[in-house]
Ligand binder design. Structure first.
Ligand SMILES: Cc1ncc(COP(=O)(O)O)c(C=O)c1O
Length: 365
């Protein structure tokens, strides 16, 4: 990676000696994967830290989503958001499930419950919303629809490390929530993720499913996959969990500086935060007045080695491998105008000034 570049995120790496002391433990034990000691320790500590009861670690969130669909017998169609990282949709397609897209709300950029309701039909097996950027969906409206139609909700909560909803972990919402611990996330295990569920029985099944459906040496009762987390990945998680209190405050500082300056500019808006949830400062999304302005801003930043990202573009309903093309006016407008600015602890004030100056140049013209 070019050190001159300012990217949208910077992977948090823990203290090197701390990590190496875990590596030494792994070498001493000779146990490098398959539900090892560090894996077990991380599972317990994360459940405690996040305030959830049943948490199953996985090798990434994409496979965790697929395991969730298997656990809930999702087979035909799932109503989901077109505004997300591609894995929300591709995980469905890999399981042979058709994504049916419900348009998003203009204010929050999360799935619109009214659009979910309009799309429910006899083939609908699940609702798969995303708490985009860690901002809570309209959880109550979605729970109402889930009950009304008898369809489970699987939350893609990939961005939700440390997010609470009405004072408790947001990961408790829905039948299952899935979180990502990818290197770009505020808490990372290099690659990794987890399934969180409220039922002990489902937890027991999930433990088998992530381990190829194996119950014991001679019993393989269910169809599973290899979704296990290795000891080296768990070690990274344990190190970062020990340092977690140092991660969010510097990000908040960067976020607050951007907000204070950018909210004064004409034509720039931000997604509205749900009143019942907090921020974890994972992303800094900003809506520009038009795609033309966005491209001008992006190109000018790139010329200065600054690389914001168009999270999330293109809208997932427009992907070439999605068979059932739907026209969705809100997402097709907003996805062309959204840009996530670099946000990480240690991003200098001078670099933020430079970023803001570039934006000012194009929106105040
Ligand atoms: C909303 C969303 N869903 C799913 C994923 C997939 O996560 P992973 O990279 O852990 O498979 C991501 C990853 O960034 C994401 O942002």
């Amino acid at each position: 990676m070019n050190e001159k570049n300012t990217n949208v995120s910077k992977t948090y790496l823990p203290d090197r000696q701390r990590y190496l002391s875990y590596v030494n433990q792994i070498f001493d034990s000779g146990w490098i994967t398959n539900n090892g000691r560090l894996h077990q320790e991380l599972e317990t500590k994360l459940a405690q830290y996040l305030g959830v009861e049943h948490l199953v670690l996985t090798s990434n969130a994409t496979i965790a989503l697929q395991i969730a669909y298997e656990l809930l017998d999702v087979k035909k169609e799932a109503i989901t958001t077109p505004f997300s990282f591609v894995a929300t949709t591709s995980s469905l397609l890999w399981k042979g499930i058709s994504p049916v897209f419900a348009d998003i709300e203009r204010t929050t950029l999360n799935i619109d419950p009214e659009q979910i309701n309009r799309n429910v039909n006899s083939n609908t097996d699940a609702i798969v919303p995303v708490h985009t950027y860690g901002n809570a969906c309209d959880i109550e409206a979605i729970a109402f629809l889930s009950q009304k139609h008898g369809i489970p909700v699987i939350y893609d909560a990939s961005h939700c490390f440390g997010i609470t909803y009405k004072g408790a972990s947001i990961l408790k919402q829905g039948a299952i929530s899935v979180i990502s611990f990818h290197a770009t996330k505020i808490f990372n295990t290099v690659e990794g993720g987890a399934l969180i569920m409220n039922s002990k029985a489902m937890y027991e099944r999930a433990k088998m499913l992530v381990d190829n459906g194996i119950k014991d040496k001679e019993t393989i009762p269910v169809l599973g996959a290899n979704a296990k987390m290795s000891e080296f990945h768990a070690a990274m998680g344990l190190c970062i969990l020990e340092e977690i209190d140092a991660i969010v405050p510097p990000r908040k500082k960067v976020h607050d500086f951007y907000i204070n300056r950018l909210q004064q500019l004409p034509g720039i808006t931000f997604p509205t935060l749900h009143a019942d949830c907090n921020r974890n400062y994972s992303y800094f999304p900003m809506l520009l007045p038009s795609e033309v302005v966005l491209k001008n801003v992006e190109e000018a930043m790139n010329r200065s080695n600054i690389y914001p990202r168009r999270y999330f573009y293109p809208a997932l309903n427009t992907l070439p491998f999605v068979k059932q093309q739907q026209r969705l006016p809100v997402v097709e407008d907003l996805a062309t105008r959204i840009l996530c600015l670099p946000l990480y602890g240690g991003l200098s004030r001078a670099k933020q000034e430079e970023i803001i100056t570039i934006i000012e140049r194009y929106v105040t013209k």
